[in-house]
Design a protein around this ligand. Structure first.
Ligand code: MF3
Ligand code: CO
Length: 257
């Protein structure tokens, strides 16, 4: 069931989204070669606590093992849900960060892929195209249109560049819980509801240099590409309200490209 949000709820979700993007603006410059991913996680926990929010991923338990950190950090062939650890970021890594905040019951979700130091031309390209896929999807998210228009737009841009699309994971409704209906796949598949006023969704293309196939690691969380090739991930939370589409999280491209 899709929960439509009223203006007051959208205002709350927007405030949560702005907080999350403000956190990223401070965090992104710190994500450089040499930093340990666990240090990033501790920094995020502190920041969110000081700001008066709660890291919504920490302890999130859709399966046996609850997610053990405040942020997902997925490097290179890791697609999503990478768990912070002793691992250090290295020059040339593509580092995808994904985080969400619960601010008084209002949930935000945003992801960004960062180039650590100097990266290869291939990495630069997939990162740019994945970011463009996100905005193609957002442009297709119009009140009164159908949801799979978003999926078609994302798929078209990724495939025309020869990339693979992760099919097992997708965007989602968000705002009052981390994962709500509807599913927002990155290729047209499944339910195709109308985009109505009051819908808040996260659009999040996960795009692979090789095939779309993925595997789950032994930690039960980290998703990697089956062929070991690079994957990129960008995400915004958006709202459809009063006939308009608003990106609730702030753009971060100026810090990345
Ligand atoms: N950000 C992810 C998503 O968009 C959710 C991460 S799951 C968690 O769906 F367990 F890490 F929280
Ligand atoms: Co999400």
């Amino acid at each position: 069931m899709i929960r439509l949000k009223n203006e007051k709820q959208i205002n709350g979700i927007r405030t949560s989204c702005k907080m999350l993007s403000a956190m990223y603006r401070e965090l992104i410059p710190l994500v450089k070669p040499g930093i340990q991913t666990a240090e990033i996680d501790h920094w995020v926990r502190d920041w969110v606590k000081k700001a008066g929010g709660k890291p919504v991923f920490l302890g999130y338990k859709p399966k046996k093992v609850p997610y053990p950190a405040a942020i997902c950090i997925s490097i290179n062939e890791e697609v999503i849900h990478g768990i912070p650890s002793k691992r250090r970021i290295r020059e040339g890594d593509l580092v995808s960060l994904d985080c969400g905040i619960d601010l008084g019951g209002f949930i935000s979700d945003q992801a960004v892929s960062i180039e650590a130091g100097k990266v290869s031309a291939d990495i630069k390209k997939i990162n740019k195209i994945t970011n463009e896929c996100l905005y193609r999807g957002i442009e297709a998210a119009k009140a009164g249109d159908r949801l799979l228009q978003i999926s078609r737009a994302v798929e078209k841009h990724a495939r025309s560049n020869g990339y693979g699309i992760v099919e097992e994971y997708c965007g989602h409704g968000v705002g009052l819980a981390l994962h709500e209906d509807p599913h927002v796949p990155n290729y047209p598949h499944g339910a195709n509801p109308k985009l109505n006023n009051g819908m808040v969704i996260a659009i999040e293309p996960m795009i692979n240099m090789g095939a779309g196939d993925i595997e789950i690691c032994d930690d039960d969380w980290t998703i990697v590409t089956a062929d070991g090739k690079i994957s990129a991930h960008w995400e915004h939370t958006i709202a459809i309200f009063a006939g308009k589409t608003e990106i609730l999280t702030d753009p971060l491209e100026d810090l990345v490209f």
